[in-house]
Write a protein that binds this ligand. Structure first.
Ligand code: ADE
Length: 233
């Protein structure tokens, strides 16, 4: 897959996506990541890319023309152009699966107070990663590219790592444990030590169903605690 990012701050995307699984996916050619900087498409001496908002207000707004010109250099017939903005459609695993099938994604990252609204029709979709405001679209692009890249066939070594996991079948995954069997007084659940594959699969399924039920009802009443603190021995 090819991904291009239209951004003033390339390293905010390039650097985190050079590590770990996505970094390896880039080295192995599963993901080709390119960048285009609107600042290279300005015509004024100071290479200005932003201006004061019409009507007044705080902050600066990115100008439409440099973004338009930057986009034009990478956009092809089969490109899916995604504008990152907190007012966009909420990103989720179902959309990650859909995007993982595309040949070419382009992410437009706003910065400062955002981009001139008139660039919106250039995009195929507006996307948000959650109801909070980031300093720009770059951290959101990182999250989306990460989630999509690991779904590209061949990126994760174990085929079932993407199939059996959280959200793909609509259930939150069962919890995982590794050595030691007892850690600071906490034991690994009996079923996982049984060696009985059927029992293990049943236990995981039941856990997943329970967790999903809990998570759904907790979020419905917006009372899910962020952490459950425990005193360690
Ligand atoms: N830009 C700023 N905040 C954002 C968010 N929550 N999602 C996507 N893009 C953003």
């Amino acid at each position: 897959m090819r991904v291009d990012a239209v951004t003033l701050f390339q390293s905010m995307i390039d650097s985190p996506l050079s590590e770990s699984i996505v970094g390896r996916a880039r080295e192995e050619g599963f993901l080709e990541l390119g960048f285009v900087n609107p600042r290279d498409f300005t015509e004024n001496r100071h290479r200005t890319v932003d201006g004061k908002p019409y009507g007044g207000g705080t902050g600066m707004v990115m100008m439409a023309e440099p973004v338009y010109r930057a986009l034009k250099t990478v956009r092809k017939k089969n490109s899916v152009v995604i504008l990152l903005t907190p007012k966009g459609r909420r990103f989720d695993q179902a959309l990650a699966l859909e995007l993982a099938k595309k040949k070419h994604l382009i992410f437009i990252c706003g910065h400062y107070e955002g981009i001139d609204e008139r660039v919106t029709p250039l995009a195929d979709m507006e996307l948000s990663i959650g109801d909070y405001v980031l300093t720009g679209g770059e951290p959101a692009a990182v999250a989306v590219i990460d989630a999509v890249t690991r779904l590209i066939p061949g990126v994760l070594r174990k085929e079932d790592a993407t199939v059996n996991e959280t959200f793909t079948d609509g259930l939150i995954e069962a919890p995982h444990y590794t050595r030691p069997g007892v850690w600071r007084g906490q034991k690994v659940p009996e079923a996982l030590l049984s060696g009985n594959h059927k029992l293990i699969a049943e236990w995981r399924r039941a856990q997943a169903q329970e967790l999903t039920g809990k998570a759904k009802s907790a979020s419905a009443v917006k009372k899910k605690p962020a952490v459950r603190r425990k005193n360690f021995k």
